[in-house]
Write a protein that binds this ligand. Structure first.
Ligand SMILES: O=C(O)COP(=O)(O)O
Ligand SMILES: [Mg+2]
Length: 222
């Protein structure tokens, strides 16, 4: 059997990025005179990258958004978010111990996020996480992104791993669907930004804390 590969989602799974995403989004949409969104709105907004988050905020405020404005607001978001990283974003409790534990047991680690590479990489570097992963792929690394199987399968291929020995762990329907589409095992975390109750994601298992992600759990799943 090849070495197991555990593939982590980023926003809402490894890192609680919501406060910074909301701050940058509100800075962005203020330029179009939209009312700020609230922290509770994050589950409806995040998941498909920056462009979609801005579009969803306009939808939430029943305001049309043309391509030219969308492009300008994208640049505005990127500049604000990049200038403030890692900001208030925090690694979730138990993540570092979990990564140490898995790495010590020879499990390989990857990140598969819909966040753009140019945001995901500096964020992870800023939090001291980047060097812990063999592979980090973003929403623009391949022609497709989660929930398309190609994003996960591309991540596995880059890591030189085997889908049969790989598991995806994430907080949203994108992650679990992508895992199912790629026919690999899935774990849902209950503390992220899911739009629906986490049990409804139909992951193989649900965890409430990274302390529950043990080597035994991984080995049992593959
Ligand atoms: O930034 C997003 O929209 C989603 O990011 P994630 O895939 O790491 O949850
Ligand atoms: Mg997520």
């Amino acid at each position: 059997m090849k070495t197991p590969l555990v593939i982590f989602d980023l926003d809402g799974t490894l890192v609680d990025t919501a406060p910074d995403l909301i701050d940058s989004l509100n800075h962005t949409i203020a330029a179009a005179d939209l009312q700020p969104v609230a922290y509770e709105d994050i589950t409806h907004l995040v998941g498909q990258g920056v462009r979609m988050m801005i579009a969803r905020a306009f939808h939430l405020r029943n305001t049309p958004l043309d391509d030219e404005l969308a492009a300008r607001l994208f640049d505005r978001f990127m500049a604000h978010y990049k200038a403030n990283m890692p900001g208030k974003s925090k690694v979730y409790p138990g993540v570092i111990d979990c990564l140490d534990r898995l790495a010590c047991a020879g499990v390989r680690l990857a990140v598969c996020t819909n966040k753009l590479e140019e945001l995901a990489l500096p964020l992870m570097q800023g939090l001291g996480l980047a060097s812990r992963f063999d592979v980090i792929t973003g929403g623009d690394t391949f022609a497709v992104r989660k929930p398309d199987a190609g994003h996960i399968l591309g991540t596995i291929e880059k890591a030189g791993a085997d889908p049969a020995c790989s598991i995806m762990i994430g907080d949203s329907i994108n992650d679990i669907l992508a895992a199912q589409n790629a026919r690999i095992g899935s774990i849902a975390v209950s503390f992220g930004y899911s739009d629906v109750p986490v049990v409804d994601l139909n992951a193989d298992i649900v965890i409430d804390h990274f302390d529950d992600l043990t080597v035994q759990v991984i080995r049992k799943m593959i």
